[in-house]
Design a binder for this molecule. Structure first.
Ligand code: ATP
Ligand code: MG
Length: 452
């Protein structure tokens, strides 16, 4: 990965386990690390070059450096610079300043967006409440105090996310021991973990996400406060939490992430009703979610499409069953409608969910109730439903998880593979109630539309 250029990184600890960081970075020359320009985004390199030529510092940082060092393909590339957002914007025609809590510049080159951030400093160095604000829980409400490279490194979350790559000699710069942690496959918070989680509780989720994605161990003092501080997530805007949920479950490591979310008692903050059901320990309910997570990871690995609606349908399936049980005596469609409504309403108090995903999730649920009803023309019609495929996949996973649906999944598999004649025969063989065509009751006085 990189040759050892230092034997021990001097991470000194005070009695409060407050790490001290050196004034100067450990600089690893090009011939002693494995990051080559060929592995990096040409567009990110171009952005860095333009910044350098305008007299600014520019470094590649974050996942782009971390994942390249680990031999993987980075998802995106972030650049850190001493140019202010306004200065960056003036250099690039395609630049847009976004964000309030964090001002970031998006530079679009072709189809790629390079995120350019100005070096930040710790918020305690500024008395300017316009630039930096903190809530009563110690949460950073605004973080736009600019600083130098070292202060920028120290305000990042984990040591492996604070490695900087420079075009000046193609060197790596490390202030926090990130290279050592990368080699030891450890995720370590920079600074005092408790304080850093309090500043931004989303770091609790990021810890679990990176540990799962990188298959790293969470270093003990970084792991220790997670479960206890988990309730701080209730202070995070529900839309930001939903964005994080997408990253947790749609980055290709949903399965490992889900297990760790439960281990660190974070699932209950995101999906409290689901966690409550899972705590009852019914293997089928956990089994369904695990299968859906595995399935999602597999589809992403094969570059197949995935929808968050499918994952949400699985996560909230057990709460839906509890809510349905409370609707006994109601006609099935009405019961499903009311139960789904109640589950969704409760969930939206914790995470936002865009309407389009809610609609698809509810269609998948509705179809679970309709797939057993195959008589007459119903099977044929169900096959035409735009969500049939998702609903059928969901049904198979329910059966795989141990639900006994009387061979319904197998029936639908055969039906899809059968020709017209075979399909008719299959429907004909269904037990009575199911094979009778649905009788439509007409309103007595309504005139029938003319057909000529
Ligand atoms: P990936 O893009 O693969 O999810 P990443 O490490 O690039 O991983 P981003 O969310 O793109 O993560 O953020 C880029 C960098 O910005 C991080 O590596 C980290 O240094 C810093 N960062 C992002 N979010 C936070 C945060 N909440 N607190 C502190 N630093 C952060
Ligand atoms: Mg990134």
């Amino acid at each position: 990965m990189f040759k050892r250029v230092f034997n021990s990184f001097n991470r000194l600890f005070t009695s409060e386990q407050e790490p001290q960081y050196p004034q100067h970075a450990v600089v690893v020359p090009r011939d002693q690390h494995s990051v080559s320009r060929r592995q990096l985004s040409r567009n990110a390199l171009k952005v860095m070059k333009i910044l350098n030529e305008a007299g600014f510092e520019a470094y590649l940082v974050g996942g782009g450096v971390r994942d390249t060092l680990l031999g993987g393909a980075p998802k995106d590339f972030d650049v850190a610079t001493d140019a202010t957002p306004e200065q960056v914007r003036k250099l690039f025609r395609s630049a847009r300043i976004i964000g309030r809590r964090f001002k970031i510049v998006h530079v679009r080159i072709g189809r790629e967006i390079i995120e350019v951030t100005t070096f930040r400093a710790g918020h305690d160095t500024s008395a300017d409440s316009n630039a930096s604000r903190q809530s009563e829980h110690g949460m950073l409400l605004r973080d736009n105090v600019y600083g130098d490279l070292r202060s920028d490194a120290l305000r990042r979350d984990f040591t492996v996310n604070a490695l900087y790559y420079s075009l000046d000699g193609f060197t790596l710069h490390d202030y926090t021991g990130g290279l050592q942690d990368l080699e030891a496959r450890q995720l370590r918070m920079i600074g005092n973990p408790r304080t850093r989680y309090q500043e931004d509780p989303v770091r609790l989720l990021r810890a679990v996400r990176f540990a799962a994605k990188l298959d790293f161990e969470i270093e003990p003092s970084t792991a220790a406060p997670i479960a206890e501080l988990a309730p701080l997530l209730s202070n995070i805007a529900s839309a930001r939490l939903f964005d994080e949920c997408l990253k947790l479950f749609l980055s290709g490591y949903a399965s490992a992430t889900f297990a760790r979310l439960r281990e660190y008692q974070l699932l209950g903050q995101l999906f409290p009703a689901s966690e409550q059901c899972l705590a009852e320990g019914k293997p089928q309910e956990l089994g369904l979610i695990e299968r859906v997570m595995n399935n999602t990871d597999r589809r992403l690995a094969n570059e197949q499409r995935v929808t968050p609606a499918f994952i949400l349908a699985a996560l909230l399936w057990a709460p839906l069953q509890r809510a349905l049980a409370e609707q006994q005596g109601q006609p099935p469609a009405a019961a499903m409608h009311k139960a789904a409504q109640a589950v969704v309403e409760a969930q939206l108090r914790h995470t936002a969910i865009p309407k389009r995903f809610l609609i698809t999730m509810r269609e998948i649920w509705d179809l679970q109730g309709r797939l057993p009803q195959r008589g007459g023309k119903r099977a044929e019609r169900l096959l035409e439903h735009p969500r049939f495929r998702a609903a059928y996949d969901f049904l198979l996973l329910r059966e795989e998880a141990g639900e006994d649906l009387g061979g319904l999944g197998k029936w639908w598999t055969q039906y899809q593979n059968a020709n017209e004649e075979e399909r008719l025969a299959m429907v004909g063989k269904l037990p009575q109630g199911n094979s009778k065509p649905r009788r439509r009751r007409r309103k007595p006085n309504k005139p029938r539309p003319s057909t000529d």
